[in-house]
Design a binder for this molecule. Structure first.
Ligand code: ACO
Ligand code: LMR
Length: 626
């Protein structure tokens, strides 16, 4: 059987990109990766780092369904940006040195990605990872590749590796395996196989029995591979850095007979250790297909036994079984060393690739103090938790807004009377007409054409001592005066002396003659439902004195809420803790919560009024119900 012409052809690919025609890669080779395969890219870059490459082996990613952008990767300990292009043509214009395409396109779009690469003169080697590319399409692509002098590797391949120089995609597995198999620096062995899985096994075997791999290629298991075992062996034969050849054939197909011919014709002169797998096929009574599409003997000559026999006869070093393969590799290597043909490659220490932080953390190898602590809610479990309560329980127990607020603000679930009280405070503060500062500002901002959030925020920013922001102040002043045992009059005198308005006292329009019903509702609820209301009682005495001077110096809604809240908190938690909450300034939040509803209402109201009247045909219809 005649040996097929080896690709790349001498004529078209000679010294392509400065490399001799038998070299597909070197330690400056850069590739395009077709499709967003971020893990494969990171593995390639990790290999680059342990191989002490100066430049990353991936120049860019081609993502035809995305947009032009940048993607972050690690190059050793440093972060780098790898460009992502929608179009391969565009990428090629920007990266003229790139001569390899690794296509992760699916079996449907792989041929198209290869054709795109054919159209670019600079791409010399194309690797097709996909399995199941239609055979008819592969035949067409192979013919075109020959014509153009391009090298195809695959389909259905993991790719290959040039030790210490360039690694295709996921070849050779995790980085510790790569270093253990000495793939971070070149040795003297040229290897080729069909199977990717077995080539990983073989790299390890070669590392343990020789000075290591120079280059290894898995051509893939399909019927019509882009390049053959023979093609790569011929490249190794020509390459002076490769001193011995190791090959794994497979049951099915006749490619191995090209090698037999080359051995006979002495076109392969370097020692070749070769084994054809699938010798066990004879144990089956019917034809067996071994995983790969092409791994099935179509006739006697295609059986592994026949091929092993022919290879041995032609001069290949053929082991007696796969178990004997390593031994044969070892003895062949030793002979070459003894004969002075191999000067064992020096060992090179591989730099350590830093472990990813997330992985190290998961494995308990690093620890780091957290930047902040959170104790109120947690979304790491299956269900969102408010405190100790899964969100489904929140609804099952129907704890209401008051219950949710008590958990998130005060880290406990208050009894019903207290959570109802919280809800009442929010309800009474929801709105107080369009004239008050917050509503007014929201209205003006809305009419100025601003969006919902801007309009509400402009209203919120007016909350302060003269509008809605006296709840905390009132709680603090009244509880402090009460705790210090002051009489209401002493308290009023003290504040007057300081020249400070008592927070929670006074209203611009409400007075004892025009009482604020909100205050009545809240204070009566507190008196009826709280265990005790000492601060409220004290405040009502203060109000008696202030209103005797001016009828509008009433206990206002802020004051009433703040003071009743202080009484409620002291009922439900130790006094010290309750005072802490009041001093944190938590209680004005009640007004913020309530008034958001009102401001939102004013926003919508103004928007509606600003709309041109919308008239739709249903207006003309009278809908009647029987
Ligand atoms: N304590 C003691 N004296 C007061 C108080 C008070 N809280 N409020 C007003 N006064 C006195 C003033 O000293 C002034 O006295 P003077 O005429 O002898 O100088 C007089 O009453 C009028 O004061 P103004 O500030 O003009 O009162 P106005 O009616 O405009 O203000 C306001 C009402 C802003 C609520 C005022 O009473 C006040 O500052 N209260 C304390 C803060 C407060 O509770 N804010 C919340 C308001 S309610 C809400 O926003 C939902
Ligand atoms: C309100 O609830 O907004 C009012 O009581 C405040 C005010 O300034 O009248």
């Amino acid at each position: 059987m005649p040996a097929k012409k080896a690709a790349p052809s001498k004529k078209t690919n000679k010294k392509a990109n400065g490399k001799p025609d038998y070299e597909l890669f070197d330690n400056k080779t850069q590739a395009f990766i077709y499709n967003m395969q971020v893990n494969a890219v990171q593995r390639m870059l990790d290999f680059d780092f342990v191989s002490r490459r100066e430049t990353p082996s991936v120049a860019a990613i081609i993502n035809p369904t995305g947009r032009d952008t940048l993607q972050k990767f690690f190059f050793g300990p440093k972060e780098i940006l790898v460009p992502v292009f929608k179009s391969m043509e565009h990428a090629a214009k920007k990266h003229k040195n790139v001569d390899v395409l690794i296509s992760f396109a699916s079996f449907r779009s792989a041929p198209q990605s290869v054709e795109e690469a054919f159209a670019l003169k600079q791409i010399k080697t194309i690797i097709i990872i996909a399995e199941g590319v239609p055979e008819r399409r592969m035949k067409e692509l192979n013919a075109k590749a020959k014509e153009l002098g391009r090298v195809l590797i695959g389909p259905a391949t993991v790719g290959g590796i040039q030790a210490g120089a360039f690694k295709i995609a996921n070849t050779a597995g995790p980085i510790d395996n790569i270093v253990e198999s000495k793939l971070h620096r070149p040795g003297s062995v040229g290897f080729v196989s069909k199977s990717g899985g077995l080539s990983n096994e073989a790299y390890n075997m070669i590392a343990r029995n020789t000075d290591g791999l120079y280059e290894g290629i898995a051509i893939g298991g399909d019927m019509y591979p882009g390049s053959t075992l023979m093609d790569h062996l011929m490249r190794y034969e020509k390459n002076p850095k490769v001193k011995m050849l190791v090959c794994l054939g497979e049951v099915g197909g006749l490619d191995e007979y090209n090698i037999v011919d080359a051995l006979k014709k002495k076109t392969i002169k370097k020692p070749l250790v070769m084994w054809v797998t699938g010798t066990c096929a004879k144990a089956f009574t019917t034809d067996v297909q071994f995983g790969h599409a092409g791994a099935k003997a179509g006739g006697d000559a295609e059986t592994a036994d026949a091929k092993n026999k022919a290879l041995k006869k032609a001069g290949a070093i053929v082991p007696n079984s796969f178990d004997d393969y390593a031994e044969k590799i070892n003895t062949t290597y030793k002979k070459l060393v003894k004969a002075g043909k191999i000067k064992p490659a020096p060992e090179v220490e591989a730099p350590t690739v830093p472990m990813d932080y997330a992985k190290a953390l998961k494995e308990g190898l690093v620890r780091k103090p957290a930047n902040f602590i959170s104790t109120i809610s947690d979304d790491r479990a299956e269900e969102l938790m408010y405190g100790d309560m899964p969100i489904s329980e929140v609804f099952k127990k129907d704890i209401g807004i008051g219950g949710v607020l008590s958990i998130l603000w005060f880290k406990r679930q208050f009894p019903k009377y207290a959570s109802k009280f919280i809800e009442m405070t929010i309800m009474v503060t929801a709105d107080h007409g369009p004239a008050v500062s917050g509503a007014h500002n929201t209205i003006v901002t809305t009419r100025a054409g601003k969006d919902l959030i801007s309009s509400i925020v402009s209203g919120m920013l007016t909350i302060g001592p003269r509008f809605g922001g006296a709840i905390d102040g009132a709680a603090q002043m009244f509880s402090s005066a009460y705790d210090r045992g002051l009489t209401p009059q002493e308290f009023i005198n003290e504040m007057k002396k300081k020249g400070v308005n008592i927070q929670g006292i006074g209203h611009r329009v409400k007075s004892i003659h025009n009482p604020d019903m909100r205050v009545t509702i809240i204070s009566q609820y507190a008196k009826k439902n709280f265990k005790k209301t000492p601060i409220l009682d004290f405040a009502l005495e203060v109000e008696k004195i202030t209103t005797s001077k001016r009828d509008n110096l009433i206990l206002n809604v802020d004051g009433c809420i703040g003071i009743c809240f202080a009484d409620m908190l002291r009922n439900e938690m130790p006094k010290k803790e309750a005072d802490e909450y009041i001093h944190m300034g938590a209680l004005n939040g009640l007004f913020i919560l309530g008034r958001t509803m009102g401001m939102m209402g004013h926003y919508l109201d103004q928007k509606r009024l600003m709309q041109p009247l919308y008239r739709h045909p249903w207006d003309d219809i009278v809908y009647l119900k029987e």
